[in-house]
Design a protein around this ligand. Sequence first.
Ligand code: ZN
Length: 127
Amino acid sequence: MKTRNIFALAIVGILLFACQPTEQQQETTVANPQQPAITIDTTQRRPAPDFYVIAPGTERKRVWVCDDQRSDVFHVDNRCEVLLTCTGVYKNVSLQRAVEEYDRYHCETCSQEYADMFDQDKVRYDF
Ligand SMILES: [Zn+2]
């Protein structure tokens, strides 16, 4: 009986030892897939808007921003095709925060209605 127990322990020991190298291999293959994303980032983020006018009543309008390294626009439509290319975190913020804190311009695809905000030559009426 005793020799059989020792033999069983030896097999368990061999199995435990044999498992370790495969765990290490798995860790090294997981570390790599990040690399291709860096080469896609070719567009540069524009500097913060020099000029903008937020029409009274629209400052609390909820818009979407993509918080990544290259996005510089806000979106009215959360299913906008430009927003869907986001590689970072989606955030739902007020129009005022999008412009003042996140330095965003209007999205040409879904937010044309806000193009006037950044047009310095646009004639404005006193509200
Ligand atoms: Zn958009």
